[in-house]
Ligand binder design. Structure first.
Ligand SMILES: C[S@@+](CC[C@H](N)C(=O)[O-])C[C@H]1O[C@@H](n2cnc3c(N)ncnc32)[C@H](O)[C@@H]1O
Length: 190
């Protein structure tokens, strides 16, 4: 499991490319998560692992007050450029720099799987969400067969002896559209 610094360096190294080439493919997912989180006018909204701010851009068009948080400064910089006046902070999601019960809705879109301590990251998300607010997480499905970032077969459920035999670099998959993340959870604070 990588540290937030390592994740930030990795994700930040190709920030422009992520924003231009990858992020647009996720707009339907952003819309679905924002709908499920009922993000609308005056919602105090935090996106954890916000990347270049794509979900926040859509949330702002709905009238939400948007805040972003990410490990990668170059991505946070892009988000700030796209969202003048929005607070976009950089750090580790296991230690959020927000006071308790600040937000009505918190999302983690394809980001919580990168936390060094996922239970602590979720506890932090709960801490900054007001009672009755919602935390909405969207992560890749562990049962999926394709890993989209490295364009490789997704191995967790494969028999280990078989997986060890795979010369993975020969298995680069050229198409991306088959993979769709499908795990969304919506715990609510009470
Ligand atoms: C797959 S990208 C998703 C970005 C954005 N949610 C989107 O869908 O466009 C994962 C993001 O999680 C961020 N990230 C990874 N580990 C993190 C951590 N420990 N704390 C905060 N952000 C983290 C990365 O910097 C990256 O921007």
């Amino acid at each position: 499991m990588a540290t937030a610094k390592e994740e930030g360096d990795l994700w930040g190294a190709r920030a422009q490319e992520w924003a231009r080439s990858n992020e647009p493919a996720w707009h339907d997912v952003f819309t679905a998560v924002l709908d499920q989180a009922r993000i609308g006018k005056d919602t105090r909204y935090l996106d954890i692992g916000c990347g270049a701010g794509g979900a926040m851009v859509l949330a702002r068009t709905r009238g939400a007050h948007v805040t972003g948080f990410d490990a990668a400064e170059p991505l946070a910089t892009l988000a700030r450029e796209r969202l003048p006046g929005a607070k976009v902070l950089v750090g580790d999601m296991v230690d959020l720099p927000f006071v308790d019960e600040t937000f009505d809705a918190v999302t983690g879109i394809n980001s919580f799987q990168f936390a060094s301590d996922q239970a602590q990251a979720l506890a932090e998300a709960a801490r900054v969400t007001r009672p009755g607010g919602g935390i909405h997480l969207q992560c890749p499905d562990y049962r999926s067969t394709y890993e989209p970032h490295y364009r490789l077969p997704w191995l967790p459920l494969m028999l280990r002896p078989l997986a060890r035999q795979l010369p993975c670099t020969q298995f680069q998959v050229r198409f991306r559209s088959v993979w769709r993340p499908s795990t969304t959870s919506t715990p609510r604070r009470s």
